[in-house]
Ligand binder design. Structure first.
Ligand SMILES: Cc1cc2nc3c(=O)[nH]c(=O)nc-3n(C[C@H](O)[C@H](O)[C@H](O)COP(=O)(O)OP(=O)(O)OC[C@H]3O[C@@H](n4cnc5c(N)ncnc54)[C@H](O)[C@@H]3O)c2cc1C
Length: 435
């Protein structure tokens, strides 16, 4: 085991957009020396869903740095300029850049920010008191298995989320029943299938269904889309609704009692779980086009129906045991492939639970978080654990929204340096959430 004696100001766990933004901003700030570890060999942003034609759900202004510092060299516009695409971008006249381009931009930043280390998984963290209080961070090189230990005054968790599959879906072979997160590596398999069913009705479900629908007539498969929701509902995207993804709403939400927060958040699904209007329009337009001349569609869209179980059949296909909960009727649906668009959940690594005694947890077993994104500790220490992931219960509906990542990183940096390096505006939106 390799032991490093140097004490870093901050060690970051995970390099997704949230921690990459923090790393990029800190790259310009000499007084904080950070190090960030990412288990993947390179920066990858949801690679299985980088479908051609999909676009960001936030304007490019919500890049990794601009909302904190528009002059920062890691801005999206500088990426465009350095790649000599300024005129093409200018004529494009779009704020919502392709998702593949956002990933390429982040990779461009990740290649330059020296504090980011790839192919390194953080496998344990210990809070330790010797001459001074520090964290010891155990890091495993993914390729060689070699373990090193690094020291840090503070940590920042940016471990994001992981795909969720219902238990009954997990029993089938993963080449036949897989999550939308694995869609692109399985797209060729889809092209050869006789029948495909997408289960769920969020944005990932709609993008996958749209992509399959585009090729459905050429490939000749039967295509179905099943959801337990009452409809293929659109996301609430009006400009005033988008103000829920503002620092002002985060501040308002944070100070509510926990019980009230849980109730409010449970009813805000359409702000982030529904389908973008443009995706629904694309799907509808394709269906309409295909139906010209009363052609048999060989496509099904089924709402109000939950897939309860998936059973293998002798013919190599699967029976999906479904239940229509308004008619209270069960039915069976046959498919060769099943794509689960069943969402994601926050990923909190086990080692955080090893710090159980240091941290405060609520009755639901969730960690407590301060308004400025630090885990609440049981005792006074000089070390903080800042957190980006798993904070919807404390900071609400915007917790995973990329448009708020810069605000959060400004708050974290201000706390780290002990002064308002980034001034905070009191009012950023037109409406008031509080009185
Ligand atoms: C398909 C998809 C599209 C989305 N599109 C948008 C959008 O357009 N606009 C928007 O606002 N939001 C969007 N989101 C939501 C959100 O912005 C993303 O989920 C975003 O990636 C969150 O960033 P993150 O940095 O928190 O986590 P992630 O991107 O999930 O990154 C976390 C990283 O941590 C690494 N990691 C985890 N554990 C360890 C460990 N122990 N050691 C080292 N590394 C570790 C992981 O490998 C991963 O790379 C989208 C989500 C999905 C799933």
């Amino acid at each position: 085991m390799e032991q490093h004696d140097k004490v870093y100001d901050l060690i970051g766990v995970g390099v997704g957009p949230f921690n990459l933004s923090l790393a990029a901003l800190l790259d310009e700030i000499d007084e904080v020396e950070p190090l960030f570890f990412e288990q993947n060999g390179t920066f990858e942003w949801h690679p299985g869903m980088l479908i051609e034609g999909t676009k960001m759900q936030v304007p490019f202004i919500a890049d990794l740095v601009t909302m904190a510092d528009p002059t920062n060299r890691y801005s999206f516009l500088n990426y465009i300029s350095k790649n000599e695409r300024m005129y093409q971008f200018y004529y494009l006249q779009r704020l919502d850049i392709p998702r593949r381009e956002y990933n390429d931009y982040c990779q461009w930043v990740a290649r330059q920010v020296e504090s980011c280390r790839f192919g390194k998984r953080v496998t344990n963290v210990r809070h330790f008191k010797d001459n001074e209080e520090i964290f010891e961070v155990e890091v495993t090189d993914v390729a060689s298995g070699q373990v090193s230990v690094f020291k840090a005054k503070n940590l920042v968790m940016g471990t994001g989320s992981v795909p969720v599959m219902p238990r009954s879906f997990r029993e089938a072979p993963s080449e036949d029943v897989f999550h939308t997160a694995d869609f692109l590596p399985n797209q060729d398999r889809c092209r050869k299938a006789s029948a495909i069913t997408v289960v769920g009705s969020g944005q990932s479900a709609a993008e996958t269904f749209r992509e399959l629908l585009k090729e459905q007539r050429d490939c000749g498969y039967r295509l179905d889309w099943i959801t337990r929701s009452p409809g293929f509902e659109s996301m609430e995207e009006s400009k005033l609704s988008l103000e829920h993804f503002s620092p002002d709403y985060v501040n308002y939400f944070y100070q509510l009692p926990q019980e009230q927060k849980d109730e409010i958040f449970a009813n805000q699904g359409l702000y982030y779980k529904g389908i973008s209007n443009h995706t629904i329009n694309d799907i509808y337009n394709l269906l309409y086009e295909y139906s010209v001349g009363r052609e048999e569609l060989n496509v099904g869209l089924q709402v109000l129906s939950e897939v309860k179980d998936i059973k293998p059949k002798a013919n190599g296909k699967y029976d999906l045991e479904c239940y229509h909960y308004q008619k209270k009727e069960s039915f069976t649906h046959e498919s060769e492939l099943v794509i689960a668009a069943t969402g994601y959940k926050p990923y909190v690594p086990d080692f955080i639970h090893h710090l159980e005694d240091l941290l405060e947890w609520d009755e639901e077993g969730r960690y407590k978080v301060t308004a400025d994104y630090r885990l609440v500790q049981t005792k006074e220490t000089s070390n903080e654990i800042y957190v980006h992931s798993g904070i919807s219960h404390t900071h609400g509906v915007g917790s995973t929204n990329l448009g708020l990542s810069i605000h959060r990183n400004k708050v974290i940096i201000n706390h780290l340096v002990g002064r308002d390096l980034y001034p905070m505006n009191e009012k950023n939106i037109f409406q008031s959430f509080t009185v």
